[in-house]
Every structure is written in structure tokens, then in C-alpha cells.
Design a protein around this ligand. Structure first.
Ligand SMILES: NC(=O)c1ccc[n+]([C@@H]2O[C@H](COP(=O)([O-])OP(=O)(O)OC[C@H]3O[C@@H](n4cnc5c(N)ncnc54)[C@H](O)[C@@H]3O)[C@@H](O)[C@H]2O)c1
Ligand SMILES: [Zn+2]
Length: 716
């Protein structure tokens, strides 16, 4: 029996040394960046929103303690993710922002307090708030010119979104022409595109039957349905739209948020019927409670409520703090839970041979989604002795027949958060963890080593590349959205192709069209000529692949997307990376030291790369594969503007734009904006009232620009 691994809780941010904080800050930044990409670009999150929010809160705490870690590239300064290459880009005339979060009631009190202080209001002055459900969909900006619908754009990174006009045209809730007389010449109506829970479940049923992607939640399915190249697919999926905000307006028809919402209705939009005007903090909190009670019965997903200062002149005065308005906050709901019975435990063998026990539940609805499977992490977790940082309270173990509490937080994989011991039946069965792999090789199961060389909690098959389970799992990963993203080659298809012996390794996918499989494929049920043609076209389309996706797709142990991205950025090209791997495999000290010097890369990854490339079988797989595909070099930051790559400091008062605008502009053009002057500063832009920073600039011989000179430099 393995010793119980200690539960790993990261040290309090307040106790970190600056050097430790720096390392963690970097790691979290990369991790968040990766999650953002999966969530916003691929509509396929890898962690729950609650887990994501926890990472972000820790990240923010580090930046709050060490403000000099904040750069323009930090996830804390960014919104969403850059538009994907799939659609034409649209630049937003008024940026689309995010919202600050409140989790506890105190946060709401603080929020109102901050507003009071900012506006210098007395305790008796009343602030009205528009309280609105926070629809868990995707935000959309609809542009009307002369009352006619002209463009629809997603939020993207806030500054630039994707042009989804053709897709949005298919939505019934989006008027093609605004109703009423005297509508302003330019109106940008903003709001949320969403899918009802019912439509989401029905869509997933259809997707499952067709062997297509299953969506994790209604938000992802709405985003996935909308961001289709073929608008007729969007048209076939029922999407709704609630209006609640606006962008560019050539004239303002109303002076309050609540007035604007009524105006949207008059124009022909749907607005959320639960929206309410509140006059005090108590009313806001009561609203939050009431909506939370109704949450499960609503036919669309919400993840909280939003409070907005009602008076627009006050909104204007309050303005923004980097990516969020000061006049609004999202008050989130805690994760959703439900109780059910654990019927059985099954073992899944993963791509690297590791065993994941999966709990089979009596199906239960959690927040509008039917949950049937939960991850049980590993043997120690099931036995209640922790390991890998996972353990139920009071060291509770999990037995077949137990009543368990399941949690889903916009979840991909739901979790058991508690076992109801009082309800444990007498005949509840202790699960016997297998000693042999269920694969035909029937190899012994060993415990994986941890980074420190100790015996870990996860078990794995020792069959390595000979274990068919591992081969098949690797192929699934290889073709998945996160890796090669081959449409029409889902898990079911991989299984079919593998069982027929048509695809035994990744390179075989690309030679499929060349071989005589087409005829045999068409004999299989569900494969018409068109679907074979589509599949082959999808395969062709993926012959060009980014370096980070390629590295990730190899499926090396400990090389997830974050690590793959770090490796791709570190080496730049496949050639350079591959050479390094071969040298590492030979034990070349210099190559290992070079790899070790990269951000995010440590011993565990290097050891894994060494094992992988040390195996001639794997080298063969890679060699055959690289003959079939073109691997693109890693992306470099854009560098076509005069200030790209330069470091700029703003000081004093700017007269033609706000500091935030100036900063945003500089960053869009690829410059880094810093808060302090050093030798590395390239320009100091000084307005009236500039003080010590100007002196610093002179001391270091940094070029000083006036606001006009600056505007000229950036081409305005
Ligand atoms: N699981 C993951 O991997 C992952 C990754 C990235 C983000 N996320 C989740 O996404 C969220 C952060 O994303 P975000 O920056 O878009 O912020 P947000 O979703 O918390 O808030 C901003 C958004 O709220 C929406 N909204 C809905 N109703 C609204 C209303 N009445 N008024 C105003 N806005 C309304 C808008 O679309 C707006 O863009 C977090 O909840 C996070 O958990 C998860
Ligand atoms: Zn096996």
C-alpha cells in the first residue's frame, strides 16, 4: 500500500518570496492563457469555471502584492482571447469589456462603498442599480446603420472580434430592422446569445448519435453553434438573444441603464424579464438570493447576477479599471450540487497507460445537465487517504452503493464533493483496484512516480506502446480539437478505424486517402460518399499544423498544452525542437541544460521527453508523421509598428486621450507600457504636471516625447 500523499495546498500568497511569486506568476499566466484559448477560441474548456476562477483569484492576489509583475501581456489586463482565424475580424468602435466578480456579500457592500466614495456621495444619497441575471452565453455586438442590421461581432479580445454577421442573421431574436421612429443613425446593440438548456440537451443527443463533439454546457454549445463557417448549421440550432448593453451610439435615446433596456424592447429586442431596478445594497442581495432560488427552473443557464449603476452620467464618471467597468459587478453563484447513488466504478486506461477510475452514477440533473459519470482520480482518493491533492473531508472513502454529493460548476467533468455516510447501505462494496491492465497484454499495474521520485497515487499499465488501450487513446487525443482538430474523426471513428486496422498510428490518418479504404469505408453504416469525402477533406486541411499543437499531439507524458506551448515558444521551430529532443535522449548535458533553462520546463518534462525519444518505436512514429505534415514555426509577437517591442512610460496629464486609452493604443501596436522609468525604457510620454518620472528619464537618457509627438509616432 502506498503511503498517503500529503494534501498539497499552495502556500499563502502573503508568505511567498518575490522570487517564488515570480515563478508562480509566470506559470499561472501561461496556464490561464491556455484555458482562455480553450474556452474562448475552441469552445471546449478543460477545467470548471470554479477551478478557473480559483486560479485567477490566486493570480490576481500575486499581482496585487507585486504590482511590478503586471505587464500588458498579463492575463489580468486581457479580455477573452484574440479572434480565431476562422472569421473576418471586426474592430470594435467601443471596446467590449469584462466584469469584475463578487463572490461574497461583503464584496457587494465594498463595491457600493467604492462607488459612493468615487462619486463623493453622502450616506443619504441614493444610488439606483439595474440588477440583471448574468446569462451564461456569449456576448455579441450588433451594429445598425440607419436602423438596418449591418454587422454582428463576437467580443474576441475586447478590441477585435469575429465577424459572424451571416450566422447572426439566422437568429429570430435579432431584428433585421429597428422598430420605431427617430432611431439614431448608428446603434450598436449588445447582449448575450444563449441556448436553452433543453435545446442544449437535445443537441448533444444528436451530436452523440452522429459521433460529433459533445458540448460541456449550454454556453459552449451556443458559442460552438454560432461560430460555424456554415450559417445553415447555426440556423438549425435554436439560439436566443437578450439585449442589455450598447457600443457606439450616434445619439443616446435614454439617460439610464433601465431606460435603455426599455428602449431596446421598443426597438424589437427581447430583454430579460427578471431584470429589476434596486435602490439599496439590501435589495441587491435579496435579488441575488431570489434569482439563485429560481436558477434551476429557468430554461437558460445563468452564472450569477449583474449590478449596474443606473444613471449613465454616473457610469461615465466612474469609468473603467483596465478590463472592467467600475460601475458594474457580477455577483456569482456558488457551484451547483446534487445527491445521487454511485452504481459502479470502471477503469479507463489513458493514453499514457494511466488508470482513471470513473464513477458510474444513477443519472442526476445538476443545473440543467444530466450527470452520469464522475472522475474518482485514483485509488488513494477512493480509499479516502488523499493523494495528488484530492481527498474528501474527514478522510471519507467511497464505496459502490454510496450516496454521494456531486458538483458541477459549468463543469466538464463533475466531481464528488462528499459521501453521505449515514446513507451507506450495509452491502456497500469496497472497490478492488485492478492489479493487471484490462488490455489483452494483461500487464502488471505499477504506481506512477511523482516529480520527486516517490511512489505516486496514479496507477498505470506497463505495456507502453504495445498496450492497445494506450495506442487508441493516443490516437483519440491526436485527432481531438485540442491537438490536430480533425473534423469527423471523433472517438467513435478512431475506435472503428483502429479495430479495422486502418489506422494504427498517427501517420496512418494522413495516408488514409491514398490507400484503398474509401470503398470499404462506404460499406460501413453511416458512411456515405459525402461523409468520406468530407473526412478526407478535413484530413487534408490539417496537414499544416502549429508547432505547439504538434508537440502536444505527440502525447508525451507530462507534456500538456501549457508545456507544449512553452516548448514551442522556446525552440521556435520543429527542427530546433526535434534536434534538442534527440540530443536530450542521448543524455547530452548541454541540451538538457538548455531545455531546463526554458520557462515552465523542469526535470519531469525533460525526463519524459528523454524516455519518449529514447524509444526507437516512438522515433519511428514521429519520423513517419513528419513526412506527412508541415509544421509551422511558433508565432512571434507582431512587429510592424514603429513602437513594437518598445517600452513606454506615460506621465503627467494627457490632454487628448485618457491614460487608459493611450495605454491600450500602445499595447495594440505591440509596445509594453511600464509604470516606472529605467534604462530599458525607450520613450517617456510626458504631459503637464510630470514629475519624478521626467527626472528619471533625463537621468537615464531616455527620449521624452510630448503628447503630440507621441500621437505622430503612432500615426494619428
Ligand atoms: N473554464 C475555463 O477554462 C474558463 C476559461 C476562461 C474563462 N472562464 C470563465 O469565464 C468567465 C470570465 O469570463 P469573462 O471575462 O467573459 O467575464 P464574465 O463572463 O465573468 O463577465 C462578462 C460577461 O458577462 C456576460 N453577461 C451576461 N449577462 C450580462 C448582463 N446582464 N450584463 C452584462 N454582461 C452580461 C457578457 O457576455 C460579458 O462579456 C469566468 O466565469 C470564468 O470562470 C472559464
Ligand atoms: Zn494495457
Amino acid at each position: 500500500m502506498a503511503k498517503a500523499a500529503k494534501k498539497i495546498t499552495p502556500p499563502d500568497v502573503a508568505t511567498l518570496t518575490k522570487a517564488q511569486a515570480k515563478v508562480e506568476h509566470k506559470r499561472l499566466a501561461l496556464e490561464l492563457e491556455n484555458h482562455d484559448k480553450a474556452y474562448y477560441q475552441d469552445d471546449a474548456p478543460k477545467v470548471s469555471d470554479a477551478e478557473y476562477d480559483a486560479l485567477r483569484q490566486r493570480f490576481n492576489a500575486i499581482e496585487a502584492r507585486f504590482p511590478d509583475f503586471v505587464t500588458s501581456a498579463s492575463p489580468s489586463q486581457k479580455i477573452g482571447a484574440a479572434p480565431s482565424g476562422k472569421f473576418k475580424k471586426v474592430r470594435h468602435a467601443v471596446p467590449m469589456l469584462s466584469l469584475d466578480n463578487a463572490f461574497a456579500e461583503e464584496d457587494v457592500v465594498d463595491f457600493v462603498g467604492r462607488i459612493r466614495r468615487f462619486l463623493r456621495l453622502g450616506d443619504d444619497d441614493n444610488i439606483d442599480f439595474s440588477a440583471e441575471p448574468k446569462i451564461d452565453g456569449l456576448s455579441m455586438s450588433l451594429r445598425y446603420e440607419g436602423g438596418e442590421f449591418v454587422t454582428a461581432a463576437t467580443r474576441g479580445d475586447g478590441a477585435e472580434g469575429e465577424d459572424v454577421t451571416a450566422n447572426i442573421r439566422t437568429l429570430e431574436d435579432v431584428p433585421k430592422k429597428l422598430k420605431g421612429r427617430n432611431v439614431p443613425e448608428i446603434c450598436e446593440v449588445r447582449g448575450e446569445v444563449y441556448m436553452t438548456k433543453q435545446a442544449f440537451l437535445a443537441l448533444n443527443e444528436r451530436q452523440k448519435a452522429a459521433g460529433d463533439t459533445i458540448f460541456a454546457n449550454p454556453r459552449n454549445s451556443a458559442a460552438g453553434s454560432l461560430r460555424q463557417k456554415d450559417p445553415s448549421i447555426t440556423a438549425s440550432r435554436p439560439l436566443g438573444f437578450f439585449a442589455y448593453s450598447w457600443g457606439e451610439m450616434s445619439a443616446m435615446p435614454e439617460a439610464t441603464q433601465s431606460g435603455m433596456i426599455k428602449w431596446f424592447e421598443r426597438c424589437g429586442f427581447k430583454t430579460n424579464p427578471l431584470t429589476k431596478l434596486c435602490h439599496s445594497v439590501e435589495q441587491l442581495i435579496a435579488f441575488h438570493r431570489r434569482i439563485e432560488e429560481q436558477r434551476a427552473e429557468l430554461d437558460y443557464d445563468i452564472d450569477g447576477v449583474v449590478y449596474k449603476v443606473d444613471r449613465l452620467d454616473w457610469q461615465e464618471r466612474l469609468g473603467f479599471v483596465s478590463r472592467t467597468p467600475r460601475w458594474a459587478i457580477a455577483h456569482k453563484f456558488p457551484a451547483e450540487r446534487a445527491m445521487t447513488v454511485l452504481r459502479d466504478i470502471e477503469i479507463q486506461v489513458g493514453r499514457t497507460g494511466s488508470f482513471t477510475p470513473v464513477g458510474k452514477l444513477e443519472p442526476v440533473g445538476v443545473g440543467g445537465v444530466i450527470v452520469q459519470n464522475v472522475t474518482l482520480h485514483n485509488e488513494d482518493y477512493i480509499n479516502g487517504i488523499g493523494g495528488d491533492g484530492e481527498q474528501l473531508r474527514d478522510g471519507r472513502d467511497i464505496r459502490i452503493g454510496d450516496t454521494v454529493v456531486v458538483q458541477r460548476a459549468g463543469d466538464v467533468i463533475p466531481q464528488i464533493v462528499d459521501v453521505v455516510i449515514e446513507k451507506r447501505p450495509k452491502n456497500a462494496k469496497v472497490f478492488q483496484f485492478p492489479k493487471k491492465c484490462p488490455c489483452p497484454l494483461h500487464t502488471d499495474v505499477v504506481r506512477e512516480e511523482t516529480a520527486t521520485g516517490e511512489e505516486g497515487a496514479r496507477a498505470r499499465c506497463t505495456g507502453e506502446f504495445a498496450c492497445p488501450y494506450q495506442k487508441i487513446e493516443h490516437l483519440k487525443l491526436f485527432a481531438s480539437r485540442r491537438a490536430f482538430d480533425i473534423e469527423g474523426l471523433g472517438e467513435k471513428q478512431i475506435e472503428l478505424f483502429f479495430e479495422n486496422g486502418w489506422v494504427k498510428e498517427p501517420a496512418d490518418i494522413f495516408t488514409l486517402p491514398k490507400r484503398n479504404i474509401k470503398i470499404r469505408l462506404e460499406e460501413i453504416e453511416g458512411y456515405g460518399e459525402t461523409s468520406v469525402r468530407n473526412l478526407f477533406a478535413a484530413i487534408e486541411e490539417r496537414r499544416r499544423i502549429s508547432l505547439e499543437r504538434f508537440i502536444f499531439a505527440l502525447g508525451m507524458r507530462h507534456v500538456g498544452e501549457t508545456t507544449a506551448l512553452a516548448l514551442a515558444r522556446g525552440y521556435g521551430s520543429w527542427q530546433a525542437f526535434h534536434d534538442a529532443c534527440l540530443r536530450v535522449a542521448e543524455g547530452d548535458e548541454e541540451a538538457m541544460a538548455e531545455m531546463d533553462a526554458l520557462d515552465q520546463i523542469g526535470e519531469t518534462v525533460i525526463a519524459s521527453i528523454r524516455t519518449y525519444f529514447g524509444e526507437s518505436h516512438n522515433r519511428g512514429i514521429v519520423e513517419r508523421l513528419t513526412k506527412e505534415v508541415t509544421i509551422l514555426d511558433a508565432e512571434k509577437p507582431k512587429s510592424n509598428s514603429a513602437i513594437a517591442g518598445k517600452t513606454v512610460v506615460f506621465t503627467g496629464t494627457l490632454e487628448q486621450m485618457t491614460r487608459d486609452e493611450a495605454k491600450a493604443k500602445a499595447e495594440r501596436l505591440g509596445a509594453k507600457v511600464s509604470g516606472s522609468v529605467s534604462k530599458k525604457t525607450d520613450y517617456v510620454v510626458a504631459g503637464p504636471g510630470a514629475g519624478s518620472k521626467l527626472a528619471e528619464a533625463k537621468k537615464h537618457g531616455v527620449e521624452v516625447l510630448t503628447e503630440d509627438e507621441w500621437l505622430k509616432l503612432v500615426g494619428e
